[in-house]
Design a protein. Structure first.
Length: 205
């Protein structure tokens, strides 16, 4: 389905891509089915770059999980370029990431939405942003993987998370780790609190 001057397609709708899912390792098929589809496109279409697209958060450090995932994918060679781009709040913004991929030599970019379901952010907001970038870079081919959606093994993943559950008395421990990634952003929910590293540095000064 054309999207502006460039071509926008759905990786999940490509029969060859679906047939090649068996070649993706089991862990990816269990935990990241949409990313598995994107990786299949690398095998079939020689994708230059993958953008992991997510909503973003005002909380400092909220994007660490996705950053680590992108780093892992780069290390194992899923694509020459693997970057993270956000719709709102977090950095880098989707547009900045797209431009970074083009500057690094990407000519065929696969966008993998890091969303459990394909709601407004995936169906409305993301296509608008892609259309704008395609108009700016008409020579770039863009594919879009599906959202994670339902996968039979997601139940196993959820149970594995449940086994690591912590009691309510320790819930703030997770929130307090945000201070390790403090950006001195007044919009952060922890800005000005004892957990905010930048606030503490100002007090110490």
């Amino acid at each position: 389905m054309p999207m502006g001057p460039a071509t926008l397609k759905s990786a999940s709708a490509t029969p060859n891509a679906l047939k090649r899912v068996e070649r993706v390792d089991l862990v990816d098929r269990i935990r990241y089915p949409a990313l598995a589809a994107a990786r299949c496109r690398i095998i079939d279409r020689m994708t230059d770059a993958i953008i992991l697209f997510s909503h973003g958060s005002l909380l400092c450090g909220a994007g660490e999980t996705l950053r680590v995932l992108a780093e892992r994918m780069r290390e194992r060679g899923d694509a020459p370029i693997v970057e993270v781009g956000y719709l709102n709040y977090s950095e880098p913004a989707f547009e900045e990431t797209f431009e970074r991929c083009v500057a690094a030599g990407g000519r065929h970019i696969t966008i993998a939405p890091y969303f459990l379901v394909a709601g407004k952010f995936v169906k409305v907001d993301l296509p608008r942003k892609i259309k704008a970038m395609c108009a700016r870079y008409p020579e770039i081919e863009v594919d879009v993987a599906d959202a994670l959606r339902f996968h039979p093994s997601l139940a196993d993943a959820l149970l594995a998370c449940a086994e690591r559950a912590i009691p309510p008395s320790e819930w703030r421990r997770t929130l307090e780790t945000a201070g390790q990634f403090c950006r001195a952003d007044p919009r952060c929910p922890l800005y000005g609190s004892p957990t905010c590293r930048m606030t503490q540095e100002k007090v110490a000064a």
